[in-house]
Design a protein around this ligand. Structure first.
Ligand code: DX5
Ligand code: ZN
Length: 222
């Protein structure tokens, strides 16, 4: 049994059957479901909004990890918490008021203990959020430029994760979840785990496979 959190991204599923697809990956061993929300502004693609998150919420019981790739995410935090997000992640690059966003997620989601995440594009340094670490439950390191599934893993992220692990080791207290998103496959997940990531988003490799359970097991053991 591995202690990796495997979170399939629904972006690569059959959207016409999204509830069944979510159930299928949970049955196949997924720990969390990752939901990619895109607005066509922060990223050059549009995916779906809160009603789809809510539909997936009704279909499965595992934690819903909602990744907001939208400008000014503060406008929609309450909608996604109401829809059932358990982890709600905003991009550092998308808000002028990161601390306010994180506080709002915790305050509005207090009855369910909703967790707040921060995501970094490949070019954004760790120091962009190091001063608000106490307010962060999850750090999502992008290992592709966000917007699309099926892109190639950018290996420079490995150095950044290492740097982040060193930063939090010297700090004490509870460590946030360290998640990586983009281009994760059975052949590279081991390298990412070795530098300190413990949660992994995988979209195209899972939904492009014939047997979801075999692929998720390969990600756990890779
Ligand atoms: C990209 C999204 C990812 C994406 C990952 O913008 O944030 O979650 O779906 O897909 P793969 O695993 O195919 O790179
Ligand atoms: Zn994502």
């Amino acid at each position: 049994m591995s202690d990796r959190i495997i979170a399939p991204s629904m972006l690569s599923c059959d959207f016409g059957r999204i509830a069944e697809e979510a159930q299928a990956v949970v049955e196949a061993g997924a720990d969390w479901i990752h939901l990619d929300v895109m607005d066509g502004c922060f990223v050059p693609n549009i995916s779906f909004g809160a009603p789809i998150v809510e539909a997936v919420r009704r279909a499965v019981d595992v934690p819903l990890d909602v990744h907001l790739m939208i400008d000014q995410p503060e406008r929609y935090l309450e909608d996604f918490i109401d829809a059932g997000a358990d982890y709600l992640t905003v991009h550092v690059e998308a808000t002028r008021h990161l601390h306010r966003c994180l506080s709002h997620i915790h305050e509005y989601g207090v009855s369910r203990g909703v967790k707040a995440g921060v995501s970094l594009n490949p070019h954004t340094p760790v120091c962009a959020f190091s001063d608000v670490l106490d307010d962060i439950d999850l750090v999502l390191f992008m290992s592709v430029n966000p917007g699309f599934g099926g892109q190639k893993f950018i290996p420079q992220v490995l150095k950044k994760i290492k740097e982040f692990r060193e930063l939090i080791a010297n700090r004490g207290g509870d460590a946030p979840v360290v998640m990586v998103d983009g281009g994760i496959k059975p052949h590279n997940i081991g390298d990412v785990a070795r530098v300190g990531a413990n949660a992994f988003v995988a979209g195209s490799v899972v939904f492009g496979s014939k047997n979801y359970a075999e692929t998720i097991t390969a990600l756990r053991n890779g």
